[in-house]
Design a protein around this ligand. Sequence first.
Ligand code: CTP
Length: 446
Amino acid sequence: MSAMKNQVRTTISLSTLPVRQRHLLKQICRLADERDLSVYLVGGVVRDLLLKRGNWDLDLTVEGDGIAFARLVADRYGAGLAVFERFATARLTFPNGLKLDIATSRRESYAQPALLPTVQHASIEEDLSRRDFTINAIAVQLNQRQFGRIFDPYEGQRDLCARTIRVLHAGSFLDDPTRIFRAIRFEQRFGFRLERTTLHLLAQAASTNLIQRLSGPRLRNEILLLFAERNPVLTIARLAQLKLLRFLHRRLCYVKNVKQVVSAVPKALAWWTRRFPDSVIDRPMVYLMALSSESSPLVVATMIRRLALSREQAKNMRVGGSRIDRARKRLTDARTIRPSQVYRLLAGFSGEALVLLLARQVAMRHEVLLRRLKRDLVSYVKSRTVKTSLTGRDLQALGLKPGPQYSTILGKLLAARIDKLITTEAEERAFVRKWLGERNVHDDHR
Ligand code: CTP
């Protein structure tokens, strides 16, 4: 990173942090000094300060009882407090909305690989030594007399300068296999490279079945974090290259068709968010759907279970395969299609599913059909705001007996509204009367 200018520093000014954060840290330091506790800023925020990247997730480590200190801070400043005894950490939420994590500096031991560790109090140096990569194992002291002093026993700065991801010890990936995914996350995010031994250790850990021992939520979290990075297409290619996709499903392959759909997602997302800036799309989910878009329903069902996906995510995954593609084909095969037909075809699909549908079409590289599909999507989103004036109650007032015919007639009214065949309430009433008349005639003839 040019920001690092190949220099290893001994101090850092925290002046690039926003004023509110800086002010808060100063106050906390005063409190730590009063109690004679050493307090450090640690983790990603230090790395990002050195890289001159914005990151306002403040993580503090206290040499001593972090939770007791967090309680003190919470009392003094009226902050909300959530304590996680098992991990010796606490999260503070200040009245102005700022959040701060305070941990006890600790050593961790892994009773069994891939499971969560047990923790014991330890020095800051030991605390840093249990961390994932050298670039994440740098601390900045916050006590008044040493404010801004960098503590970098594992030469994290050297690796930041060399743009390298390096583990601190050979057992790191085995202790915590989520680090396999974290390594790729940082590598891709910063455009760094995995140091040779680290890459070797990663491949070694990935060749075991340790990742399979990770719980569903932990694996899901890592995968979705990876897909939330700026360029998930490169990340997915890297996962494939390192043979890591098999942990989502042993038969998941990055074959040409899948690659084409995944590669088309950024374009589809860009168009969608430009066209519908207010719609909220779960981007990582779209990538996961694209990745499994050519998989059989059985494979998808296994992935859903493995990743312990939520009901909504699971629903997206299930429609992401052939169902969404059937809808795409029906839309693009039809010569002319009424807006109400487009509506009927697409109603019920989530935003993520529609973006995937578009991505599948982008992947087909057929400009004319793509333009038509985009028009259909715009028409569909507009149709979603169309309402009928008449309600079930109005139908009752018109003398219609309540029953399934209500949804039939309201559906027909809505379709006529969407197609602009009727535009007023009076026309709706006339439509209903006519429909009733036709029905009666029809019934009389039976
Ligand atoms: N950490 C670790 N091993 C893990 C997870 C976290 O050693 N499996 C340590 C690292 O020192 C990391 C810190 O805990 O920097 C905070 O973790 P987290 O907030 O997950 O990561 P960040 O480095 O802050 O990354 P991001 O910028 O993605 O939030």
